[in-house]
Design a binder for this molecule. Structure first.
Ligand code: FES
Length: 180
């Protein structure tokens, strides 16, 4: 049976996550091909990829630390440092900009008391600007993990924040799950 894995900083992967990684490693002709979906498994569970997660993938996928770090740091959706509980990415690309993302971002900055890129003192929220999220006709768009919220007005953002404060992730307009 797969045992939970915990690193020196106290971050643990559940047996379920470890089983998903094993299943992904077995799915591809070469184990190394499972690197990105396996990074997502760790991201899903911990919100970032700690050193112990890198070590695990080196072992499970027979890749080098350099290879894991290369992929982890190249793609902005992967995180190599602890994040706020909820990282809210607001698209500030052209279509969303035209449809109000500048106003939305200013509203969220004011509401949360942090500038874009900042994290609230309680560690609950982080807001970031994002490039096109692929739903240009539905702007402004906001992404939380695999959840995409469309036509986000300041009022809709307030409702989202209130719900997240209660630990409830509201139903998204589009869910982008299915990495494995
Ligand atoms: S410009 Fe915002 S989703 Fe494309």
């Amino acid at each position: 049976m797969t045992q939970p894995m915990e690193d020196t900083a106290g971050f643990a992967l559940s047996p379920g996550a470890l089983a998903r990684i094993d299943a992904l490693a077995a799915r591809y002709p070469t184990k190394a091909s499972a690197l990105m979906p396996c990074l997502w498994v760790i991201m899903d569970e911990l919100g970032w990829v700690p050193p112990s997660g890198i070590d695990l993938l080196v072992e499970k996928l027979s890749v080098t630390h350099a290879r894991v770090n290369e992929v982890l740091t190249f793609y902005t959706m992967f995180r190599d440092a602890p994040q706020a509980k909820y990282t809210l990415q607001v698209c500030h690309n052209i279509s969303c900009h035209i449809m109000g993302s500048k106003v939305l971002i200013a509203h969220m900055e004011q509401k949360l008391g942090v500038k874009l890129g900042g994290r609230t003192a309680d560690g609950l929220f982080q807001i970031e600007g994002a490039e096109c999220l692929g739903a240009c006709g539905m702007g402004p768009c906001l992404q939380l993990g695999s959840h995409l919220y469309e036509n986000v007005t300041p009022a809709k953002a307030d409702a989202l924040l209130d719900s997240l404060r209660k630990g409830i992730v509201p139903r998204a307009d589009t869910d982008r799950e299915g990495v494995d």
